[in-house]
Ligand binder design. Sequence first.
Ligand code: HAM
Length: 419
Amino acid sequence: MIEAPKGTRDVLPDEIGRWQFVEECARETFERYAFREIRTPIFESTELFARGIGEGSDIVAKEMYTFHDRKGRSVTLRPENTAPVARAFIEHQMHRAPGLQRMYYIGPMFRYERPQKGRMRQFHQIGVEVFGSDHPAVDAETLEMLMAFLGRLGLDDAELALNSVGDPVCRPVYRKALLAYLEPRRDTLCEDCRRRMADNPLRCFDCKVEADRAVMARAPAITDYLCAACREHFGRVTEYLRAYGIRHRLDPRLVRGLDYYRRTSFEVTLQGLGAQNALLGGGRYDGLIKELGGPEVPGFGFAVGEERLVMSLPAAAAVSRGTPEIFIATVDERGVERALLVARALRRVGRRVVFDPLPDKSLRAQLRRANDLQVRFVLILGETEVRERAVTIKRMSDGSQETIAEDRVGARLAEMAGA
Ligand code: HAM
């Protein structure tokens, strides 16, 4: 038997309702804030990620699905979508449009990671990016939108942790201080952290090794090294959040695994998610567009892991949508053509109708099936009904039945459904 590749999985019709629910809620929420959808390719040139996310990052160093196409070009399945959206922004000269550009996306991402609960090789993100202003109000409003989105999904225990990771003025100073702290402890650190010390020592904060975490917990914090402009920016972000009444925790040791972040960076965690408890992450990336060859345009965004989101939905949100409301039962071949036509007429007026052409099945078996499908009505096309161009409507909630002319079915169902 051929199975889905390791680290991927099928989202089956029984669970798709939850996915559609979060996606619809995302679209509906984001559009209230003037975000519009963008769809970029699933693969991009490898260079985009190497330059955008950073050569030294774990993602670029060891997690990318990279291959050569038939012409020998190196391409990569997107491990994230901020760099691709920034690439599209530059390519389509969106900076020429007046005002801010706000975009959102929903789609698959690919990282070669060791699969475990909530960690996949193909996973999905719901993300947003705002280009064109470094005003702290952009950070605050986008965070407010995010918390409103999570609130609408019923995730009230989501915890927002926030930090500023500085900018090219203050980060080098901090980096030096951090290295001065780490050097004497080098031998106690894991191999990954020793590599991180050379590439980007801030990443040591991401280390999952217990002993290293203890070392990092006592390391100097970037917040003590921020330059005046970064401190001012971060102060304003948190002021706005307070004005909104949005609960948040300042975490001076929160750094993220991608190189493009500047100033604000954040994560939202949920208790129920276990070891992979980051539901989402994001931040400001004011240097990215320039780094990718575009103009000096600041940016801010976040991406939510959709698998983790769907997994965390409260049970009450176990929505089932698109399920049929009407089942058509026939007793012999003559009923089939009528069934096809009645079903079409009802679908034309927006009804969700199921007709399973298995006329050998007894009426009783068909009613059982209708019951399993939890439809509201069954239309029975028996011998008499077919002969008289009539239909019997059975209301499943109370078992009541009535027989009416076929051309009145739509109107009668509308009355009954409204009642
Ligand atoms: P990230 O933190 O790498 O950020 O990913 C964001 C979220 O994607 C994570 O918090 C997690 O929920 C989900 N995620 C990441 N890897 C996996 C995986 N292997 N399996 C399941 N879920 C996963 C970014 O990707 C940035 N582009 C976010 C951003 C947008 N920053 C600014 N704008």
